[in-house]
Design a protein around this ligand. Structure first.
Ligand code: GDP
Length: 444
């Protein structure tokens, strides 16, 4: 998502930055380039016009032209406008009641938009936040929908409420909420029927369910891959049923990003979450400021640090830091670190978050194969070998290479690299000042 637009924006901003003085013409040219990039990204025409006019108006003010670093001032204006376009931080959170009562979330969207998948992702997310969640299969139109939700619910350990044989979705929804209240569930997520296209009968069905269960959140799932169409349909749902927020699914797809950039402005409702893959964990809160940074090629350091924090828990990080301090860091610790790297997710997603990395670092630059080889080698070692790498002589090396499907040269390379890093660590330990600064950077 946003690959093209982000590359273009980066180059527009690069052209202006560092210039001691910029002219009105420079700004007009840059704004024209921004306009073309937004149109190329399939952003709604009205939204583009509004964005361009307000950017131009502010950028042509004296504040930019006469400032010390006009390029930077200009970037700041574009960034602020972009954040405003994508939403505002206050509207992003789900508005649910406390855990002592039952909140209801109604999911809706076209068939294939990712509604059922998103419902179970949301169930997992809220469960992790300590809520007691019930999923409700009220999609009685698509034949396999109930089973699909049951399978997904089981995967994330969330109960799925169904009434076998029942044909009336309003009945299923109301019974579900009643049961949830009775059994002290604090959150009910209702999956409703999808539709191939806008259809009055099905729209009425959703209206009836909404009226019957009075949801706290009515979330519309929009498929990012359908571009402007997602915006049109969201608008229709907002007018007919009323929505409180949007979840943009398939954000990981190779789409141009126009939907994400137009939805808030056209529909007037915030994007609350984005679906970033097919797995149960692939649902992220939508942060307008972070996405704006990504689009402008400024990276998204906050998300990167959060991902790292999720992958490396604090106790683990402290344990490793202590080991490094005492220089008792062994091959098992090294393997743990390699495994943690995997937990952070796919490399291309991570690259997008590193400032300035876009277009400069590619996935190939990060040698994933080597990581896999190293992991296989360490896994073929005994516990004792992992803790005492010096005892690994020629015959052990041969055995390890064979066991891991690698070569003795691979094993040699890993051990040499490990030895070198141990030596470096020893040197570092001799330098107290450097050590203190590194530890403070690691948040310790
Ligand atoms: P529904 O008809 O709206 O309930 O749609 P489904 O939940 O069955 O999803 C349709 C397809 O989209 C499935 O193959 C999902 O795995 C896929 N899907 C849903 N959300 C995402 C996402 O965020 N990223 C990707 N890559 N695929 C998704």
């Amino acid at each position: 998502m946003f690959d093209n637009i982000s590359t273009k924006f980066s180059s527009i901003m690069k052209n202006l930055s560092g210039k001691g003085k910029i002219t009105e013409k420079n700004i007009r040219d840059a704004v024209e380039d921004i306009k073309m990039s937004l149109l190329d990204a399939d952003v709604n025409l009205r939204v583009v016009r509004k964005f361009i006019n307000s950017t131009l108006e502010e950028a042509l003010g004296e504040k930019v032209l006469l400032s010390v670093d006009p390029g930077q001032q200009f970037t700041k204006i574009v960034y602020d406008k972009m954040v405003a376009l994508l939403g505002d931080e206050s509207g992003q959170e789900l508005k649910l009641k406390g855990k002592d009562t039952t909140s209801v979330i109604l999911m809706m969207g076209l068939q294939g938009s990712g509604k059922t998948t998103t419902a179970h992702k949301l169930a997992l997310k809220l469960t992790k936040e300590g809520r007691k969640v019930m999923l409700v299969a009220a999609d009685l139109v698509r034949p396999a929908a109930i089973t699909q939700l049951q399978v997904l619910g089981e995967k994330v350990g969330v109960r799925v409420f169904t009434i076998p044989g029942e044909k009336n979705p309003v009945k299923v929804a109301t019974e579900a909420v009643k049961t949830a209240r009775h059994e002290l569930y604090d959150t009910v997520i209702i999956d409703t029927s999808g539709r191939m296209h806008l259809d009055d009968t099905l729209m009425k069905e959703i209206q009836d369910i909404a009226k019957a269960v009075n949801p706290d959140e009515t979330l519309f799932v929009a498929d990012a891959m359908t571009g402007q169409n997602a915006v049109t349909i969201a608008k229709e749902f907002e007018e007919k049923v009323g929505i409180s927020g949007v979840i943009l699914s398939k954000f990981d797809s190779d789409t141009r990003g126009g939907a994400a950039l137009s939805l808030k402005s056209v529909v007037g409702k915030p994007i609350k979450f984005i679906g970033t893959g097919e797995k149960s964990e692939d649902l992220e809160a939508f942060h307008p400021d972070r996405i704006a940074s990504r689009i402008l090629g400024m990276g998204d350091v906050v998300s990167l640090v959060e991902k790292a924090q999720q992958a490396f828990d604090k106790d683990e990080a402290e344990r490793l830091a202590k080991k490094m301090q005492k220089n008792t860091f062994d091959l098992q610790d090294y393997l743990d670190q390699l495994e943690n790297m995997n937990k952070m997710g796919s490399v291309d997603k991570l690259i997008e978050m590193i400032p300035g990395a876009k277009g400069n670092i590619s996935e190939e630059d990060i040698n994933l194969k080597e990581v896999e080889v190293e992991k296989a080698i360490i896994k073929s070692m005994t516990k004792f070998e992992r803790a005492n790498y010096r005892i690994i002589g020629p015959s052990r090396r041969k055995r390890i290479a064979k066991g891991s499907g690698t070569s003795v040269a691979d094993v040699n390379r890993l051990l040499k690299k490990f030895e070198k890093s141990k030596l470096m660590m020893k040197k570092l330990l001799g330098n107290k000042k450097l050590q203190a600064s590194m530890l403070s950077k690691m948040g310790m």
